[in-house]
Structures are given as structure tokens and as C-alpha cells.
Unconditional design. Sequence first.
Length: 205
Amino acid sequence: MNGQFPSVLLEKAVGEFAKLPGVGRKTALRLVLHLLRQDTTTVEALGHAIVTLKREVKYCKVCHNISDTEVCRICANPNRDRTIVCVVENIQDVMAVEATQQFTGLYHVLGGVISPMDGIGPGDLQIDSLVERVNAGGIEEVILALSTTMEGDTTGFYIYRKLEHLGVKLSVIARGVSIGDELEYTDEVTLGRSIVNRTPFSGTM
């Protein structure tokens, strides 16, 4: 973005906003100027919400979803089917699956997918804790609801190899989700049908 900033404070604020994913410097400038037009109380409320989020948010000790408490609301809900666990890549995917209203089991958030190009290996993900959950008993089915990318398929196959001898049913969401798609961008109807029509995991990539 060309042009001299009339204020060092403005330039610094734009620089911080531009660090956010998907936000270029032009968009960052628009956001900062928008905030400048708001009253002080509104801007302080935004700042407080962000700082409080960072300081106080927790990760569920069971499924690793974002939570306000040690155990998230989904894991603590006695009406959820505790025999089925849906394995997803991130928190956005939990939200996407929940929006379908087609799944009543529990979740396990990996925190990413195996991606050697990005330096992410199995040890960087919540795979061992998934194995521990299955080993603890009570889980009858694990649904692999990962993005249909090479990284997602690699991660699914790795998890399959870790769980295949533990006597749990392994399934994968139906390919109503197109190859290369990420779950969070899939429409609710398609994603819902993909979960309902899930198929046994074949163990092949």
C-alpha cells in the first residue's frame, strides 16, 4: 500500500491488524479507521474481549475443543452419545459438524493434520491422546472427518494404523465432500449427509 501514514500510531495499528490471516494492509487500514470512528467504550470492549479470550480461554482436557471450563459443554453433556467420537482437524470443524445437527456423539480435535512440508508430524497433534481415549474403553466407533486433502488422507491413514488393532469401528465421512475440500467451508446439508452416510475406513489412501 502506497502513501505516507499521517500518524505513527495509525501505522502501528494497521501493522498489527495486517498480521491477521487474510487481512492485507488496505483492509487493515479500513478496519482501523472504522474503529477510530467508534466511541471509546466500543473500542475498549473489543480490546477487553480479545485480551480476556487470550488469558482465560481453555482447551477441553477430553477432546481439546476450545472451552470456558476444564471440560467443554459437549463432553459434559450427558445426552451426547459417548460411544462415538468424531475426529476433526480443528475447532472450526467442530462448529461446522455441530451446525449440521446430524451428529450427537463426542469429538476429538487433532489441532491440525500431518504435513511434513510445514514441519508438522504426528507428535505435534493430539493423536496419542485419541489412542488413550479409545484404550480407556467405552468408544465403539471413531469417525474420521478430516479434510479430503493429501494431508488429511495421510493423517487418517496414520490414525487408522494406530487404532486398527484396538477393536473399535473406524469409519470415514462419505465423499459428498469433494476431494481437496476443507470441512469448515462445506455447506451444512452436504456435510450432514456425509456424516450420516459415512462408510467403513478401508485402510487405503
